[in-house]
Structures are given as C-alpha cells and as structure tokens.
Ligand binder design. Structure first.
Ligand SMILES: [Zn+2]
Length: 251
C-alpha cells in the first residue's frame, strides 16, 4: 500500500497492530518513517528534512537497540537520551472504535498532531515498541521496513545488476553459497592436516614443524572465511579458496 500524502493537523488512530489515517489503513508501525527515510515527501513544507531524518535515525539507534541486529549497527550518540524528553509532542488523545479483523470492533487511540515532525516521532516510537524498525538493505542500501520476527536483512526491490531477482533472493543465495564455501575451507584444512600428520607419523616432519603449520593453517582458514563473507562475486570467492588451497599445501 503506498503511503498517502499527509495534511496537518492530522488525525491518526493507533490500534494494537497497525494504524489508520482518516479512512486509509491499516498501516504497519514504521511504514511512514521508512517512506520518509527513502526520501519520499510525505507532506508539504517539511522544513529541514535532513535534520529531521538525522534526529529520527539517532532515535532509532538509541532506542531500537533491542532490535539488534536489525537496527543500525553503529555506536549510539548520547543526544537522544537528553533531548527526548524535550521533544514533547503537542497532541490531544482519545479512544475511538475501529472495525476489527474478523468482525466486531477494536479500541484505538486517536491522536491529533499538528506537524510531520510530531507524527514521525510518534510513529517511530510506536514502531520501536512493536519491534518494527526501518533498516537499510545490506545489498542495495535502500531503506525498508523490518517487521518484528522477520529475520531478513535484505529488501524486496530488484537487486542491483539484476532484472528480476530481488535483494532478498540474491541475498539468500549469497548466504547459502557462503555456507558452502566456508565448509570448503574446512575440508581443505582437514585434508592438509591429515597429509602433514601422516608425515609426522612416518618421521618425515618434526612435531614442532607440524604444530607451527597447524597454527598458521587455522588462522588462514578463519581469515579466508571472513574474506568469503565480504566477497562480492563467485569469482572472488573462488580466488580466495584457491589461495587458501595453495597456502595450506606449500610445505
Ligand atoms: Zn535491497
């Protein structure tokens, strides 16, 4: 559902799982802030939207920490802890009735807010309470709404350089391939380990030499696993594996 253009003063009905703006909705908590982070103008006369964006991001980092690792992994500035209380939202609140899923009615809080800033603060606060948070896609870098319980770190847009596959599909594939590749590094290590251990048994290699090799080989194996995680392509991964194979067998 695309987000409606907002006019202020605005009336929003906050329910237990989502909210309504006039007759539009229900929207998920965090949907408006995510749209705003994506650079979409939600209303006229926003003012300094970059400053507002930065403030909201700080708020997310400071108070969305329990959403880790789904919130931004950055150090938290102390700012939000002190200015949060000064950010009083001018509003009136009352309860209203809204149709519930599956019939009947549900109680919702009707907030009336005067500007976009107040609305986004409220909406992000509610999102954090509900375990939702805007997050940046690990692949394309665009913002998407991460919902509570969802494990993905990739969005649903078409991935960079792809025509049909989404970041989520490409990302899942990369995670899978990395796992296979990580197993390959362990196989290489174990095979080389057996080879050199056999030399020790036959008296063709000293214990000291072997122990030094094991230490070096284990470090190289772990280092390669880290390199594989950061690799951008299959060719790059294959290169790292090949380099490890040579390194582990050069004695
Ligand atoms: Zn993406």
């Amino acid at each position: 559902m695309s987000f409606p253009r907002l006019t202020f003063p605005l009336t929003a009905d906050f329910g237990s799982d989502g909210y309504w703006i006039n007759d539009d909705g229900p929207f998920q908590y965090g949907a408006a802030v995510t749209e705003f982070f994506c650079g979409n103008d939600l209303a006229d006369n926003v003012g300094d939207s970059l400053l507002l964006m930065r403030r909201l991001e700080e708020l997310l980092q400071a108070f969305g920490g329990h959403l880790h690792p789904y919130a931004q992994e950055q150090s938290v500035s102390r700012g939000p802890f002190s200015w949060l209380e000064e950010m009083a939202v001018e509003s009136s609140v009352r309860f209203v009735s809204r149709p519930a899923d599956g019939g009947g009615n549900t109680m919702a809080e009707r907030w009336t807010v005067s500007c976009l800033r107040d609305f986004l603060y409220l909406e992000l606060g509610k999102a954090i309470e509900h375990g939702n948070a805007p997050r940046q896609c690990r692949l394309c870098g665009h913002w998407f709404l991460h919902e509570q319980g969802d494990k993905t770190v990739y969005c649903n847009r078409i991935a960079p350089g792809e025509t049909e596959k989404t970041c989520r599909e490409v990302g899942a594939r990369a995670v899978f391939e990395n796992k296979i590749r990580a197993e390959e590094t362990w196989k290489l290590y174990k095979r080389a380990y057996k080879k050199y251990y056999a030399r020790v048994m036959k008296g063709n290699m000293s214990r000291e030499e072997f122990n030094a090799w094991v230490e070096h080989a284990a470090a190289q194996r772990d280092f390669t696993i880290e390199l594989l995680k950061a690799a951008k392509s299959e060719e790059e991964r294959a290169r790292h594996i090949e380099a490890l194979r040579e390194d582990l067998n050069r004695l």
